[in-house]
Write a protein that binds this ligand. Structure first.
Ligand code: AMP
Length: 572
């Protein structure tokens, strides 16, 4: 592992087609003080956490509504839970699944899993019973920490037949002591529920507090968390996020944006997704700064918590920013503490970034990465807005982070293509996961020799900026003409009435496939199908223009903000 984390990118041919990438032109765009490689400060997330506790024990680690839990308090709860897990028979390497919202329990369970020498399994609170059964079995989870309401709604029915030996239920207000927070959480989760035979997480923590802390060590290449990939890409598989990889990318974020203990992090991306796990939890712990949580994303509460806790950094899907920008209370809220607002996980259009800047004075900076790259493989240098590619009109997603090697290859042959040419992004470096849990074949296919074939089509320009145009599989083939949905969506976003747009290819007897747009309109705005098609015709080659437009109240998205184009495509 030390070789993976301290060495630079793996050697590549300096000659021929790979040369423009091997030369890493992007290094010239790095912020001051950021080097080509980065010396990891922590071998494991457990060491990173311990460091934060020893430096910042009496300072807030988690801020939820009016409650601030200190690093020492979270550590005490996690240590106690770890002791109880070990007492309950969790073996080294055992899997502890977590099914909670953006609550303190996420942090407590994650750190407890590591202290017990185990692996956290990140589960989405949106999972339905069948999906949950699949993931629990796939991960071989023997312990589940879950919210009471989720226990009632989905978990109870899947426990029998699952590998679970213990289910620890918790109410979102279990660690929240202020009256406002408690009242809000009680309302949001429907009050306390009966949980039958399941154990209470609080009881396990109280019991564990009387036990000796477990002495189980973890190593850099041990798996810290299993994170299921978004599900827009086929059957779910769990990326194995290592301790070293998570600690590495936490450091990348902190060094890139110069974040320290005075930089509270606003936690608005879901913690179960890699963006929240790394871009919120790991980053704030690396800095020893507070993480501001509000159970679920609710624009009004988020805006209130920005005023209350004055966070300086956040990262979220663009949809979260859209929701904040459209909120009627925005104008009266002071957002000036937010120095960096990064958007990742889904494409960002220039029109949306501009609209957000107009309304808030904040310029959103692009981040690109995958679950398989432990969050960022590309970041945009602060204060240096990414350029827009003239060919595809995509805004740059930034440049490869220290230690990352990125090539753009011909999607069919795998050979590097020249700068300025579209191809598939292939990434290697210490942030790339070693593989998928229990899936050697899928690992070999997607990450051969540690090179992650992302399935994303994009390009690098001569200066070293990268652009992501679309997912390989979303390309539309209309009579042989290739259409990238993103390009059409970008144009639709320029229309003042359009709030959100998604473009899909649908079967067409004459063209094979044709272009259909799904659009949601801004509150109070109106536009007709003909008007939007005409708007596109003025700005795009006719083969790229939607042949039909459907109006939707909301576009279907994953919880990490990705458009579910597949759902739209399948609509009759
Ligand atoms: P996930 O594994 O859920 O993080 O999803 C990773 C995928 O999200 C990538 O393969 C891209 O398709 C998409 N993605 C992430 N960041 C960006 C970005 N800045 N621009 C466009 N697409 C992105």
């Amino acid at each position: 592992m030390s070789e993976m984390t301290t060495a630079g990118p793996p050697p590549l041919g300096e000659e021929g087609a790979a040369a423009p990438y091997a030369a890493r032109p992007w290094l010239a765009l790095y912020p001051d003080g950021v080097g080509a490689t980065l010396e990891p400060r922590f071998a494991t997330m457990a060491a990173l956490w311990d460091d934060a506790v020893s430096r910042r024990g009496g300072d807030p680690a988690l801020c939820v509504f009016g409650t601030a839990l200190t690093y020492a308090e979270v550590d005490a709860a996690a240590t106690a839970l770890a002791a109880d897990l070990v007492l309950g028979g969790l073996p080294p390497g055992g899997r502890v699944a977590v099914l909670v919202q953006n609550d303190p329990q996420w942090a407590i369970a994650l750190v407890a899993a590591w202290k017990a020498g185990g692996v956290a399994v990140s589960l989405s609170p949106l999972l339905k019973g069948r999906e949950l059964s699949f993931e629990l079995a796939d991960a071989g989870a023997s312990v589940l920490v879950c919210l009471e309401d989720l226990y009632d709604d989905v978990v109870r029915d899947v426990v029998a037949g699952s590998p679970l030996e213990r289910v620890l239920v918790t109410h979102p207000a279990d660690w929240v002591v202020d009256d406002e927070g408690r009242a809000h959480l009680a309302a949001a989760s429907g009050g306390r529920r009966a949980v039958g035979d399941a154990e209470r997480l609080l009881d396990a923590v109280h019991r564990g507090a009387g036990l000796a802390a477990p002495e189980r060590a973890v190593a850099g290449d041990d798996v810290a968390a299993l994170v299921y990939t978004s599900g827009t890409t086929g059957p779910p598989k769990a990326a194995m996020l290592t301790h070293a990889g998570m600690a590495y990318n936490a450091q990348v974020f902190a060094e890139w944006f110069r974040l320290g203990e005075d930089d509270p992090v606003l936690g608005i991306a879901p913690l179960f997704h890699v963006t929240g796990l790394v871009g919120h939890l790991a980053v704030s712990w690396y800095c020893g700064s507070p993480l501001v949580l509000s159970h679920r994303f609710d624009p009004e509460l988020v805006l209130a918590s920005v005023e209350r806790w004055r966070p300086t950094f956040t990262i979220a899907a663009i949809t979260a920013y859209l929701a904040l920008a459209e909120h009627p209370g925005l104008a009266s809220v002071d957002l000036s503490s937010l120095r960096y607002a990064a958007s990742g996980g889904a494409p960002v259009t220039k029109a949306v970034v501009d609209r957000f800047a107009e309304r808030t004075g904040i310029s959103i900076t692009s981040v690109y990465g995958l679950t398989e790259t432990t969050s960022p493989s590309h970041l945009t240098p602060p204060g240096r807005p990414g350029p827009v590619d003239s060919q595809t009109s995509a805004i740059s997603v930034g440049v490869p982070v220290p230690g990352a090697m990125v090539e753009v290859v011909d999607a069919a042959t795998g050979e590097p293509v020249p700068p300025g040419t579209l191809g598939e992004l292939v990434i290697s470096g210490p942030m790339v996961v070693p593989g998928y849990w229990g899936k050697p074949d899928e690992t070999a296919a997607a990450i051969p020799g540690g090179r992650l074939f992302t399935g994303d089509i994009g390009l690098m320009d001569d200066a070293g900026w990268f652009y992501v145009v679309d997912r390989k599989k979303d390309q539309i083939n209309a009579s042989g003409y290739k259409v990238w949905p993103r390009e059409v969506e970008d144009v639709l976003y320029e229309h003042p009435a359009v709030r959100e747009a998604a473009v899909v290819g649908v079967p067409d007897p004459y063209r094979g496939e044709t272009v259909r747009a799904h659009v949601s309109l801004r509150a109070g705005a109106s536009a007709t199908e003909d008007e939007l098609i005409a708007f596109c015709r003025e700005r795009l080659a006719s083969y790229k223009c939607p042949r039909s437009v459907r109006f939707e109240d909301e576009l279907p998205k994953t919880s990490s903000g990705k458009l579910l184009r597949r759902d739209l495509r399948d609509r009759p």
